[in-house]
Ligand binder design. Structure first.
Ligand code: ARG
Length: 570
């Protein structure tokens, strides 16, 4: 089925192409009205095309209005202000549309979905626990993946892990000298972090260690068997830990092509850059200098000692993707501190004339208002602790609200609510603003939170169960009929969903979906407060149950796009 905006555009385009067939016009845009007085939808078509057509916008609007024939979608059109066309939908059409949503899928053929959308996200550095920055990248990336998939794109979810770099020489030394086997078996990343710190401490009194570490790194890069085995082990134990967290968060990747995957391609990349005169030798290093107007620092692609850098691996990554995928676009998700890095290597790929559409989607830093989450060292917030804390706090709330539930059910609800709340706290914000994380706000059952939305969903499900218990279950053969204005308002909100998802994809902003769902829940709750359901006569009962069930399904679908699960009972 078509989205309502598409449907309306079709009606108008028929008319417009008749009246102004000889003109090269700007495409009609349909927006939702902010005030019901102005109808359900609105278009500024007459204003944006007035110059091109050479007529006063009100005249254009009049002509369109007069040419509108009786049709099944639009009840009436009114002209307002300088030439707005206010559109009122037919009740019957709206009611039919609402009945179809969530049962039929939308036609998104107008989107350019050719090729693969590669999303590069999460991407932690091996032998380190994931911190809050990786949390945001993981959650936002996962949501964008779901959003693009919903729209029918082919998505490749890639975890560009940091598995190559100078830390490995140090880790190897640390591992050989200071490893506590028992702790390592229990908690490998924590122990690797510790031996790394141990290395740093020891190298302060014994500076030769730095040389030894470089030696081990060289050996690793030259393919030394024992070092290579250790390196693989570090990756394996780290990924094991990460995967536990990913699984808990419902996050799945298609590929884990880390920096090392591109290692062998880097010499060629540097050669190509040199051959094309893009990189030049500078004090022994290979460097790209940018035109002044770019306002970018020079970018080193190979150090004096021959080592390649983060930027080099990212350039090689684009080359690999370009050669091995049919790229629609690449989306990278990291925190704001990497903006310059992305600007630099994006520019370099432009200079190479590799035409690959790329977007760096950066986000602000998340901070904790109450400081509860600073660790002993005071800086990093570990992801696992965060999820556990969310679950613990959610458990306390559930236990208080619903003490009679079984222990198993309480645990399950606590996990879904705790993790949902954390994800939503992230996704409901404009990603470029800094997020202040406060448990009391995040886990509140009122307001713009996941628990509120999950609870709204569970509440509708409970109404639907009650209906069945009273043998008044949903009858899909019946029609929706509006008897109250609020039912209509709720329906208008329901049919917005697909366009909101398109907008979220185009702007890379999952928060648009969060805002939408919050609004939907609020409207549903006022509908529910003013329109009783179960004690109505059959027609109204059926109609309201249908509206309620479409609301529940839309909430579930929307939360799913945010990576948040719903519960049938809470
Ligand atoms: N490993 C990096 C970090 O932890 C993030 C990598 C992001 N992706 C990329 N293609 N550069 O900061």
């Amino acid at each position: 089925m078509l989205t309502i905006q598409r449907e309306l555009k079709n009606v108008f385009n028929d008319i417009i192409s008749n009246i102004y067939s000889d003109k090269n016009l700007k495409e009609i845009e349909i927006s939702v009205t902010t005030n019901k007085k102005f109808g359900d939808f609105q278009t500024n078509f007459a204003m944006i095309n007035s110059k091109i057509i050479g007529e006063n916008p009100r005249v254009i609007a009049e002509k369109i209005k007069d040419s509108m024939k009786e049709n099944e979608v639009i009840e009436k059109i009114e002209i307002a202000g300088p030439g707005f066309l206010n559109i009122f939908l037919k009740d019957e059409y709206l009611a039919k549309l609402v009945k179809r949503i969530t049962k039929e899928s939308y036609d998104f053929n107008e989107l350019n979905r050719k090729g693969d959308v590669i999303i590069d996200y999460s991407s932690p550095n091996i032998a380190k626990r994931m911190h809050i920055g990786h949390l945001r990248s993981t959650i936002i990336g996962d949501s964008l993946k779901r959003i693009y998939q919903y729209l029918g794109y082919n998505v490749i979810a890639d975890n560009h892990i940091g598995d190559w770099g100078t830390q490995f020489g140090k880790l190897i030394i640390g591992y050989r000298n200071w490893l506590n086997e028992e702790v390592y078996r229990e908690n490998p990343i924590e122990e690797l972090e510790r031996v790394y710190v141990e290395f740093t401490k020891n190298s302060e009194v014994e500076p030769e260690l730095e040389d030894k570490a470089r030696e081990e790194l060289k050996k690793l890069q030259a393919g030394d068997k024992e070092n290579y085995r250790l390196w693989q082990e570090f990756i394996e134990v780290s990924l094991n830990e990460y995967n536990k967290l990913y699984e808990r968060m419902g996050v799945k990747f298609d590929t884990y092509y880390g920096e090392s995957f591109y290692h062998n391609m880097m010499p060629d990349v540097v050669k190509e850059l040199e051959n094309k005169g893009i990189a030049v030798e500078n004090e022994g290093a290979k460097v790209v200098f940018f035109p002044e107007e770019e306002n970018l620092y020079p970018c080193i692609v190979q150090k004096k000692d021959g080592a390649f850098l983060y930027a080099t691996s990212d350039i090689a990554t684009v080359k690999y993707r370009k050669e091995n995928y049919d790229i629609n676009q690449i989306i990278y998700i990291t925190d704001e501190r990497q903006q310059d890095h992305f600007k630099q290597f994006f520019k370099i790929t432009d200079m190479l004339s590799w035409s690959v559409e790329k977007h760096h989607i950066w986000f602000g830093i998340m901070r904790f208002a109450d400081g509860v989450f600073s660790t002993r060292k005071g800086n990093v917030i570990r992801l696992e602790e965060l999820l556990d804390e969310g679950k613990k706090r959610a458990y306390e709330i559930v236990n208080k609200k619903n003490p009679t539930l079984s222990e198993e059910e309480k645990q399950n609800i606590a996990e879904v609510v705790g993790i949902g709340a954390i994800k939503y706290a992230d996704l409901s914000q404009n990603r470029q603003t800094a997020v202040i994380f406060e448990w009391d706000k995040v886990l509140n059952f009122e307001g713009n939170t996941a628990p509120y939305l999950q609870y709204s969903y569970a509440r509708i499900k409970s109404i639907l169960r009650k209906a069945i218990e009273q043998e008044k279950g949903i009858d899909e053969t019946k029609d929706i009929k509006f008897t109250q204005e609020i039912e209509r308002e709720l329906s208008i909100q329901l049919i917005q969903f697909p366009e909101i998802v398109i907008k979220a994809a185009k702007t890379y902003k999952p928060n648009l979906i969060a805002d939408y769902l919050y609004e939907l829940s609020k409207i549903f709750n006022s509908f529910y407060n003013s329109c009783s359901i179960l004690n109505q006569n059959n027609d109204i009962l059926c109609s309201r149950l249908l509206i309620a069930s479409r609301t529940a399904d839309t909430l579930k679908n929307g939360l799913h796009l945010l990576g948040i699960e719903t519960l049938e009972r809470m």
